[in-house]
Design a protein around this ligand. Structure first.
Ligand code: ADP
Length: 184
């Protein structure tokens, strides 16, 4: 399995990504975590990415593309993985295609976790994170996600790799639905 995992904030994407990795021996590749590590250790890439991450903007495509390419250039490159938080733009999706082509490791599925907006707002508003509190801010984050997701969905739809899974219900039910979609 080589999976791109999309889900709005509050959809339970983190929980499901963790289960998928643990139970199927997949490597998790998360650009948010990778960027935070680069920033923390003050690498050149981290210093260039810092202002964008700190102001909550998307980091320029070339920087995240290079971060991912770097991971795949390593001899221990993952051959079965979940991409979490990447790609987030159409050019990133195109760059990923070219990169994975080089290693003959094509994406085998794209999971889109769907949860009704009102449910997401309920879930996020009850969390502790300060930036999740206000409904207005939550709606803005969800709208941003929807715009990013639409570009990625449009990119992969023609390849018939897309699987929309309902993210409501117990986490084992959601997990089973994801597995069923990935292993028909
Ligand atoms: P969030 O879901 O809150 O955006 P992440 O941990 O996925 O959290 O990402 C944290 C930050 O890292 C983002 O706000 C953005 O600045 C940057 N980032 C992560 N992934 C990407 C990406 N694929 N393209 C551009 N910027 C990214």
């Amino acid at each position: 399995m080589r999976v791109i995992f999309l889900g709005p904030p509050g959809s339970g994407k983190g929980t499901q990504a963790k289960l998928l990795c643990e139970r199927n021996g997949l490597v998790s590749i998360g650009t948010g975590d990778m960027l935070r590590a680069e920033i923390q250790t003050r690498t050149a890439l981290g210093e260039r990415a810092r202002p964008f991450v700190e102001s909550g903007q998307l980091v320029p495509d070339e920087l995240v593309d290079e971060l991912i390419a770097k991971r795949f250039r390593q001899a221990d490159r993952p051959t079965r993985f979940i991409l979490d938080g990447y790609p987030r733009t159409q050019p990133q999706a195109a760059a990923l295609d070219r990169l994975l082509e080089q290693y003959s490791l094509p994406v085998t599925g794209v999971i889109v976790l769907r949860v009704p907006e009102e449910e997401l707002i309920r879930r996020l508003a009850s969390r502790q994170r300060e930036d999740d509190r206000e409904e207005e801010k939550i709606r803005t984050r969800l709208a941003l996600f929807n715009r990013e997701a639409a570009a990625i969905i449009a990119h992969y739809a023609p390849r018939r790799l897309l699987h929309e899974v309902q993210g409501t219900g117990g986490f084992e039910d959601v997990y089973n639905a994801i597995i069923k979609a990935l292993k028909p």
